[in-house]
Design a protein around this ligand. Structure first.
Ligand code: ZN
Length: 345
């Protein structure tokens, strides 16, 4: 997602979505919370057994230690076997969720979203929808470093949702279903601003961030159980897991989507300086709306961080534009996508 995290919540419900739009950092983390909430949050201080009745002596048993070692070795082998490289950023991560499972789950979520926003979708021939589609086509056409040709094979579909009560947002589902809320249009301001958003969402899809998140969930659950046997406190576990694993991982994926997004935006010959301006406007929006967060416990990097990153990556993006010939015929490449959105509002 553009602001609320790339994770898909495949058991999407209206409650979860409501939480999302109340700026809950990440709906899937809410589910994660609830996984552990049924545990008691007290601890007996007898130094032997915690509230689960589980003794730490358990780990001193040589047989158990051997099993843990074998299990660890098997896990390491499984992890290495399933290592996958993200496009453009080349980051390696473990993804073991098969694509067909990812697509099936995404399809279920897609139907739920269509049902949830029924009556609020702009028609396909609406100027907003057509504009988003044309920008999206330009992005896909421009993607150069897509070794598997995946971007061009995906059946991309853009949905524009008009609901003035929903905060500015956009998100993508595996399978190429992109949702953009019209409330983000004034911040996007022009085609290149919209291209910033759409490129970011496309990057989430190309990097398979949803599958990466799903692949990690069993590990987080296991870690939660192990921690609980040690601490006996679900509160400490939640805080530890969120601050050490979940939030940084989510921020890493968001930053990666920003990076890949900027690179594919540059390959599409958009005005990449507009990405910087867009993030400036987004920060101003956050300041105006009073929504600020403490980055350490946030699923997204702070807007200042994103702004700084984009600024740092711009020279590389410009080089990329040169290499794909964006500057060879500037009039053709840049001029046709320079219409502002001001007239629409
Ligand atoms: Zn995102």
């Amino acid at each position: 997602m553009f602001r609320f995290g790339p994770n898909l919540n495949f058991s999407l419900s209206s409650r979860v979505l409501n939480n999302t739009f109340n700026r809950n950092p990440n709906p899937s983390f809410s589910r994660f919370d609830s996984q552990f909430r049924f545990y008691a949050t007290y601890k007996r201080f007898n130094n032997q057994k915690n509230s689960t009745g589980f003794s730490l002596e358990f780990f001193k048993d040589p047989k158990i230690q051997k099993r843990i070692l074998v299990g660890g070795a098997l896990f390491a082998a499984f992890y290495v076997y399933n290592l996958d490289q993200a496009p453009i950023s080349n980051r390696r991560r473990c993804i073991w969720i098969p694509k067909f499972v990812e697509l099936k789950l995404a399809d279920i979520t897609y139907r739920q979203i269509l049902h949830l926003y029924d009556g609020k979708f702009l028609p396909d021939n609406h100027p907003y929808t057509r504009k988003i589609e044309s920008i999206m086509k330009k992005i896909i056409k421009g993607i150069v470093r897509d070794e598997n040709g995946e971007a061009k094979e995906i059946d991309w579909k853009v949905h524009v949702i008009h609901d003035p009560n929903v905060p500015p947002n956009a998100f993508v589902l595996p399978g190429g279903k992109i949702f953009v809320f019209t409330t983000i249009f004034p911040i996007a301001k022009n085609d290149d601003g919209l291209a910033t958003i759409l490129s970011h969402e496309t990057a989430h899809q190309l990097a398979r961030h949803t599958s990466e998140n799903l692949s990690k969930k069993p590990l987080y659950s296991l870690l939660g159980i192990i921690l609980y046997t040690i601490t006996g406190s679900s509160f400490i576990n939640d805080l530890f897991l969120k601050s050490i694993f979940l939030m940084p991982a989510s921020r890493e994926m968001e930053t990666e989507a920003d990076y890949i997004g900027l690179m594919i935006m540059s390959e599409g010959c958009f005005k990449i300086d507009e990405a910087l301006k867009f993030w400036k406007r987004f920060k101003e929006f956050e300041d105006r709306s009073g929504v600020r967060s403490f980055e350490f416990l946030e699923t997204h990097p702070a807007s200042e961080t994103r702004y700084g990153n984009i600024e740092r990556w711009l020279p590389e993006a410009r080089e990329r534009q040169e290499s794909v010939g964006c500057y060879s015929n500037q009039f053709l490449n840049f001029s046709s996508f320079n219409h502002g959105f001001d007239s629409f509002f």
